[in-house]
Design a protein around this ligand. Structure first.
Ligand code: CU
Length: 249
């Protein structure tokens, strides 16, 4: 188990994590001691690039994602005062951990060395599943309350899942229209068609990465959206149709 803790306020984040861990199947727990929602992205770096180089890519908004930035994963958005958890296999290597503030501001980083010697382990069995690929989502077994969800990236590109309950009477077309206006730099017309407050965001993962993570869900229809761009750069995947409706039983 790897214990990660984030603290700080809305504009500044501090992150504490062990500098060195053993690879293989790893459960990452993110304790959020700050006042806003926080995540902890775990990114493998193949080369001499620094945490600042990783941040430049993350802040580039639609820019290319270089090949030295690999794997990805970590713990998705966790509410203040809560501990979020994700379990996945971590290969040997140098990782940069990134925790973003909820408002504009510089994310905090920490370096994490993953030492090898352990083989890949099997993920815990779950009944709920979200599969991401270019450019769609597939879900099964999502239910209200706390879910252990297998989140699989079966594509070639990096993806994440941003999910939020759809407001009564709203459709996926309304969601697409809303995020396109926002993503296109325009001002969204009218109130959002989804309940962001009760939404979730998983970690960003590379193609071929599977993780099991905790999601707290409400019964009803959810909109699932991906805002990550292709490795070569370009628009967020939602603009290529990567949005779907999921039914939480
Ligand atoms: Cu995507």
């Amino acid at each position: 188990m790897v214990a990660i803790e984030v603290s700080g306020d809305a504009k500044k984040v501090d992150v504490k994590a062990p500098g060195k861990i053993k690879g293989g199947l790893v459960q990452m727990n993110l304790k959020n001691s700050s006042k806003g929602p926080r995540d902890a992205q775990v990114i493998r770096v193949e080369g001499e690039q620094s945490a600042d180089d990783v941040l430049k890519v993350i802040m580039s908004q639609g820019g290319p994602i270089p090949d030295w930035l690999q794997d990805g994963g970590g713990v998705g958005e966790t509410a203040p005062g809560k501990t979020g958890s994700a379990t996945q296999n971590l290969a040997e290597g140098k990782y940069v951990l990134v925790a973003a503030p909820s408002e504009d501001g510089e994310p905090a980083t920490a370096e994490l060395q993953v030492e090898g010697g352990s083989s890949e382990g099997e993920l815990p069995k779950t009944s709920a599943e979200i599969v991401a690929r270019e450019y769609s989502f597939e879900t099964k077994g999502l239910k209200s309350g706390k879910n252990e969800v297998l989140y699989k990236n079966e594509g070639q590109e990096l993806h994440h899942v941003v999910g939020a309950p759809m407001l009564p009477g709203k459709t996926l077309d309304d969601v697409k229209k809303f995020v396109s206006e926002e993503g296109g730099g325009g001002r969204p017309s009218g109130p959002p068609p989804i309940d962001f407050e009760n939404g979730f965001t998983t970690a960003v993962t590379d193609g071929g990465i599977d993780q099991v993570t905790d999601l707290e869900l409400k019964k009803g229809k959810y909109a699932l959206v991906c805002f990550i761009q292709d490795r070569k750069g370009g628009p967020p995947h939602v603009m290529k149709g990567m949005l779907a409706e999921a039914n939480v039983q």
